[in-house]
Design a protein around this ligand. Structure first.
Ligand SMILES: C[S@@+](CC[C@H](N)C(=O)[O-])C[C@H]1O[C@@H](n2cnc3c(N)ncnc32)[C@H](O)[C@@H]1O
Length: 259
């Protein structure tokens, strides 16, 4: 089904493309307000627009925690808490989790999901900004952010916060959309992003802007080794990028030094 392999290659092409497209960058200010509006339909739209690939991607991220036990997890831009649940469903040994987001409506949907699964005592969902996270330093075994880093105003600062919150030796995991390396696939995917996703997403969510914003942020965001470099600049070591489904998404991994 999926061409998944570890890739640490940077793509000069992607960086050049990112710089050119950066002129057209949408504003990240108060982007969570947009998610407040689409919260009730957010999970369903994710499944539909990714053809359920997001479930496999999220569970794949859980495999990066398989050598760690009793993990204390911090999930930033947690939205409806989907990634936390998929860490658990994917077999990660999560002792407790804190999910933070700026959208109260997304968190409200998430709290209902946690209660339905009997996880309300193990998973705390609260309001918090990914660029100024209200948690102690050196407190978590793993920090994560899925489809959220692309939305923050200051990516380096958010990565710095993920590192600060980790215990030495702890790991950060980032799941984010990326662009396929293969030029044919890249053209097909770009067509989907520009012409199909905004219409289908817009019609079902009732928010056309949200899904036009999505395609622009995906096309302009750094990926592959360019993103690993951002992680290294933020103080992570042993970084890696793992492309998923021909590169339409990637998992980034890094460790806080000093274990
Ligand atoms: C695409 S959703 C991803 C939600 C969830 N992580 C998932 O995997 O489904 C992006 C989320 O980022 C949140 N967000 C945007 N900017 C944020 C910030 N500065 N701090 C925290 N959350 C933020 C939005 O409210 C939204 O819930």
């Amino acid at each position: 089904m999926v061409a998944e392999m570890t890739n640490s290659n940077n793509t000069a092409e992607s960086e050049a493309g990112s710089t050119a497209a950066a002129q057209d960058e949408p504003s990240r200010d108060a982007v969570w307000e947009m998610f407040d509006k689409i919260a009730p339909r957010y999970d369903m739209l994710n499944r539909l627009l990714s053809l359920r690939r997001d479930v496999a991607w999220r569970k794949r991220m859980a495999t990066f925690l398989q050598n760690r036990s009793a993990v204390r997890l911090l999930d930033l831009a947690t939205g409806t808490g989907d990634q936390i649940l998929h860490f658990m469903d994917g077999g990660a040994d999560i002792a407790s989790a804190v999910g933070m987001d700026m959208s109260e409506q997304m968190l409200a949907v998430g709290r209902k999901k946690m209660t339905k699964r009997g996880l309300q005592d193990k998973v705390e969902l609260s309001c918090g900004d990914a660029v100024e996270v209200p948690v102690d330093s050196d407190a978590f075994d793993a920090t994560s952010i899925s489809f959220g880093i692309r939305n923050v105003v200051d990516v380096s600062r958010a990565l710095g916060e993920m590192r600060r919150a980790l215990k030495p030796g702890g790991c950060a995991l980032i799941l984010e959309f990326s662009m396929p390396e293969n030029s044919t696939l890249r053209s097909v995917y770009t067509f989907y992003l520009r012409h199909i996703l905004p219409i289908v997403g817009g019609l079902i969510s009732g928010d056309m802007y949200a899904y036009r914003y999505l395609n622009k942020t995906i096309e302009t965001f750094p990926y592959g080794d360019a993103f690993c470099e951002l992680m290294r600049d933020a103080g992570f070591e042993n970084t890696s990028a793992t492309p998923l489904t021909f590169g339409v998404a990637s998992i980034y991994y890094g460790e806080k030094p000093g274990a």
